[in-house]
Write a protein of this length. Structure first.
Length: 214
C-alpha cells in the first residue's frame, strides 16, 4: 500500500494525464469518425474514395508507427506542438477509423427506404443523414462505440514512450526509486480499471436509454 500512499501525486498526475488523453482523443475520434462515415456513404465518388482510403490506411497501420509519424514526422514539416497534442492527434485519428466503421455498420441497418423517403420530401443528403438516418443508426452502435473508446483509453499508454505524462509511464519513476515493480503495476492496473469502468458505465446508461431493445 505504501507504493500508492508514498507516491500518490505521481500516480495522480499519470491518472489525470491518461484521462485528458482519453477525453480529448475521444472527442476528436468521434468527430472525425462521423465525418468519415458520412463520406463513406456519400453520393459523391471522391468522398467515398477518401473515406475508404482513410479507414484502410489507419486500420492497417500499427498505432506505435502512427505515433512515430505524428510526433517525430510533423515537426520536420514545421508543425511544432506540445507532445500531448501530437499524442491526441495520433490516438484520435487512429480511433476515428474504427468509429467510422461502427457508425457505417449502424447506418447500414437503417432501411434504405428511410433515406429515400427523406429525399422525396426535399431533404438534402446531409439533412436526411443527420435528421433521419443517423438518429436511428446511433441506437445500434452504442455498444461498439463504447468498446472502441475503452480500447482508446488503454492505447493511450503508448504516449508514455514519447515523453507524455500518462498512467503507465509512472512505473519508470517508481522503479528508479526502488519501489516494488509488481505493486506498482497493480496500482497502475487499478487506475486503468477505474477509467475503463467509467466509460463502460456511461455507455451502459446510454444503451439503456437509447439502445435497441433486444
Amino acid at each position: 500500500m505504501n507504493v500508492l500512499t508514498d507516491n500518490f501525486s505521481t500516480f495522480g498526475d499519470g491518472f489525470l494525464g491518461t484521462v485528458e488523453l482519453t477525453v480529448y482523443a475521444s472527442v476528436l475520434a468521434l468527430v472525425l469518425g462521423f465525418l468519415v462515415a458520412s463520406f463513406r456513404v456519400a453520393p459523391v465518388g471522391s468522398l467515398r474514395v477518401f473515406g475508404t482510403v482513410w479507414v484502410t490506411v489507419l486500420r492497417n497501420t500499427p498505432l506505435t508507427l502512427l505515433f512515430f509519424a505524428v510526433l517525430l514526422g510533423l515537426p520536420r514539416f514545421g508543425l511544432v506542438l506540445p507532445f500531448k497534442v501530437f499524442a491526441v492527434l495520433a490516438l484520435g485519428c487512429y480511433t476515428s477509423a474504427f468509429i467510422c466503421e461502427a457508425l457505417r455498420s449502424g447506418i447500414n441497418t437503417v432501411p434504405r427506404g428511410q433515406g429515400e423517403a427523406a429525399r422525396s420530401l426535399g431533404m438534402s443528403f446531409g439533412q436526411s443523414l443527420g435528421l433521419v438516418v443517423l438518429p436511428q443508426a446511433f441506437r445500434s452502435v452504442i455498444p461498439p462505440v463504447g468498446s472502441t473508446l475503452i480500447a482508446l483509453a488503454k492505447n493511450s499508454a503508448i504516449a508514455g514512450a514519447f515523453s507524455v505524462t500518462e498512467l503507465l509511464g509512472t512505473y519508470r519513476t517508481l522503479s528508479e526509486l526502488g519501489y516494488n515493480i509488481v505493486w506498482t503495476f497493480v496500482w497502475i492496473a487499478v487506475g486503468y480499471l477505474i477509467i475503463t469502468l467509467a466509460i463502460s458505465a456511461l455507455f451502459n446508461v446510454l444503451e439503456r436509454k437509447w439502445g435497441v431493445a433486444r
